[in-house]
Design a binder for this molecule. Structure first.
Ligand SMILES: [Zn+2]
Length: 218
């Protein structure tokens, strides 16, 4: 991963050589710091705001580091915070409590769905089928009223539920029996009719034109 100076972007190179560009976390930190600063000002809180980009995947390699903010791995957060305490005035516990209460009060659930749309991912690149609910490494095949992993042979009659939820999180909108068959990589109209019906989705229309929708909290 490289931070591209002056462009507000990062470039990511996958193991297969594919290169993708995304908005730089530095731009996100700037935006979020500004919003937090405005919120604090509204609530009459005066304190410095420090930003840092945190990588959740410790196997990620950063080739070109940015200048504005440090890039940390998850495990480095406690040390980073301790270092800040040495350099800055520590606030009173009642002030910390007040800030915590404000943050909880102002909190709104984050709804990033559908993810492909949000991150400009071409849905044609999504792997079709039901991922194993145990090893997640391989796809499951429908065998005798259950799903069986081709790698670890784990059996799960309800494995399709997670796959369909993921369809709504990734692609979103309304799913039809046909779209669901394509995504689950199965042929049976009856099977998909039954599993969609059992998921208590919002239903519109009848017969082959039936559309199903999952509602996420805004
Ligand atoms: Zn498995």
């Amino acid at each position: 991963m490289s931070f591209l100076a002056g462009t507000g972007q990062i470039s990511r190179v996958l193991e297969n050589g594919q290169i993708d560009h995304f908005e730089s976390p530095m731009v996100q930190i700037d935006r979020n710091s500004d919003l937090l600063f405005d919120l604090f000002r509204l609530k009459d809180i005066h304190m410095p705001i420090l930003g840092a980009a945190v990588l959740s995947n410790s196997t990620q390699k950063v080739n070109v580091q940015p200048n504005q903010y440090p890039v940390l791995f998850l495990g480095e957060i406690p040390t980073f915070i301790k270092r800040q305490i040495k350099n800055h005035t520590v606030i009173e516990s009642n002030q910390a409590k007040k800030i915590a209460e404000i943050l909880v009060e102002e909190h709104q659930p984050f709804n990033p769905f559908p993810i492909c749309n949000r991150w400009n991912v071409d849905t044609a690149f999504l792997k079709k089928g039901v991922f194993c609910t145990k090893c997640s490494a391989c796809m499951m095949k429908r065998r005798f009223r259950t799903w069986v992993c081709e790698a670890c042979f784990h059996r799960d009659p309800y494995a399709h539920i997670q796959a369909i939820k993921e369809w709504f999180m990734l692609i979103g909108g309304e799913i039809t029996n046909k779209k669901c068959r394509e995504f689950l990589d199965v042929q049976s109209y009856q099977l998909v009719y039954r599993v969609l019906k059992e998921m208590n989705l919002r239903v519109e229309g009848t017969g082959k034109k039936t559309k199903y929708k999952m509602v996420f909290r805004e």
